[in-house]
Design a protein around this ligand. Structure first.
Ligand code: CP
Length: 312
C-alpha cells in the first residue's frame, strides 16, 4: 500500500483489525520503524482528534510529526490546471506538494468539501492533487467524500466490543444546526460492508447517501424500525446528498435517546452537539463508546503509518 485515501485501500479488514489490536496492546513495539522519518500533517480545516491522534501514532513509531494549518498559515494554494494566477491564490499545488515532499516522508491531508458543488467535491481535487504532485505517500485525514482513518477506527471499536458473531449495526442520521459533510457516514458504511455484520441505515426522506456508497445496504426512513434488536447505533448528521449540501430536516424526534437505543452501544466520531444529536443520558452512560473510539484513532493511524513505512 503506497497511499491510504479510502476504506477501499484495506485489503482484508479482519486482519487489519487484529493487527490494530496488537498495536494497542504494545504501542511502542515498533518505535524504531519510523526513526529519522518525518510525517507532515496539513490541515485545511479544524481538528482535535485527528490532529492529536495522528501525531501520537507517529511518535509511537519514532517518527517526527510536523503540523501546518494550511488555510490560515500557508500561501493560498491554486489547484486549477493552466490557471492565470492573478487572483487570490499565490502558489500552485504542483510546487506546494513537491516542496512539502522535500521535508516529509509521508504527507497527511485534511480537506473538507465545499458542499456547494457536488461534482467538484466528488472529484476530490485537493486529495488527488496531493497524490499526483507529491513524491511521497499520502494519507487522508478526511477528504470531501471519506474519512478512512475514522472508518477503520470504528471497525476496530465494533470488533472489540461485540459479544455476537454477527452483530446488528445501525448508522442513524440525527439532526444538526449546520450542513455537514457525508465523509464519516460514507467511510463507516464502506467499513461495515467489509465486515461480517448486519448493517442498516436510518435517515429521513431526502437524506439517502450516494448510491455508489450504500449499494445494496437496506435504508429505513423509520428510525425505530431500523433500531429493532440493534447492538450498535452509530450516529452522524449529514446534509442532503440528493439536494446537495442542503439542510432539509431538523426534526428533533430523530435525536438519539436512551429509550430509543435500548441495549445497544452508542457510537459517534465526535465532536458531537449534546441534546441536539444525542441526549446527555446516552453520552453519560456506559452505553457510550465515544471515548474508546477516540482512543482507537491512535491505533488506526499507527497501523496505517506502519503499513506505509514497511512498504515504502
Ligand atoms: N472525528 C474526528 O475526525 O475528529 P476531529 O474533527 O476533531 O479531528
Amino acid at each position: 500500500m503506497k497511499n491510504y485515501t479510502s476504506i477501499n485501500d484495506i485489503e482484508n479488514i479482519n486482519s487489519w483489525i487484529e493487527e490494530a489490536k496488537e498495536i494497542k496492546e504494545n504501542p511502542l513495539k515498533n518505535i524504531k520503524l519510523g526513526k529519522n522519518k518525518t510525517l507532515g500533517l496539513l490541515f485545511f480545516n479544524s481538528s482535535l482528534r485527528t490532529r492529536l491522534s495522528t501525531q501520537k501514532a507517529a511518535l509511537n513509531l519514532g517518527m517526527d510529526p510536523i503540523v501546518m494549518n494550511v488555510s490560515g498559515d500557508a500561501w493560498g494554494i491554486e489547484f486549477g490546471d493552466g490557471t492565470v494566477m492573478n487572483g487570490n491564490t499565490a502558489e500552485h499545488i504542483k510546487e506546494a506538494a513537491a516542496v512539502v515532499s522535500q521535508y516529509c516522508d509521508i504527507i497527511a491531508v485534511r480537506a473538507f468539501p465545499s458542499l456547494t458543488d457536488r461534482q467538484k467535491d466528488e472529484s476530490e481535487h485537493v486529495l488527488k492533487s496531493f497524490v499526483e504532485f507529491a513524491s511521497v505517500p499520502i494519507i487522508s485525514m478526511e477528504s470531501a467524500t471519506g474519512h478512512p482513518l475514522q472508518g477503520l477506527t470504528d471497525a476496530i471499536t465494533i470488533a472489540e466490543n461485540t459479544t455476537k458473531k454477527r452483530p446488528k449495526v445501525v448508522l442513524s442520521w440525527a439532526p444538526h444546526v449546520k450542513a455537514l459533510p457525508h465523509a464519516v457516514a460514507n467511510s463507516f458504511t464502506q467499513a461495515m460492508q467489509k465486515m461480517d455484520v448486519e448493517f442498516v441505515i436510518a435517515n429521513p426522506e431526502g437524506y439517502n447517501l450516494s448510491k455508489e456508497i450504500t449499494k445494496d445496504t437496506k435504508i429505513y426512513h423509520n428510525q425505530s424500525a431500523a433500531f429493532k434488536d440493534a447492538d450498535f447505533v452509530y450516529t452522524k448528521n449529514w446534509s442532503s446528498y440528493e439536494d446537495y449540501g442542503r439542510v432539509l430536516c431538523t426534526d428533533p424526534t430523530w435525536m438519539i435517546t436512551k429509550d430509543k437505543i435500548a441495549n445497544a452501544k452508542f457510537m459517534h466520531c465526535l465532536p458531537v452537539r449534546r441534546n441536539v444529536v444525542v441526549e446527555d443520558a446516552v453520552l453519560d452512560s456506559d452505553a457510550s463508546l465515544v471515548i474508546e473510539q477516540a482512543n482507537n484513532r491512535t491505533y488506526a493511524a499507527q497501523l496505517v503509518l506502519k503499513k506505509i513505512l514497511e512498504n515504502n
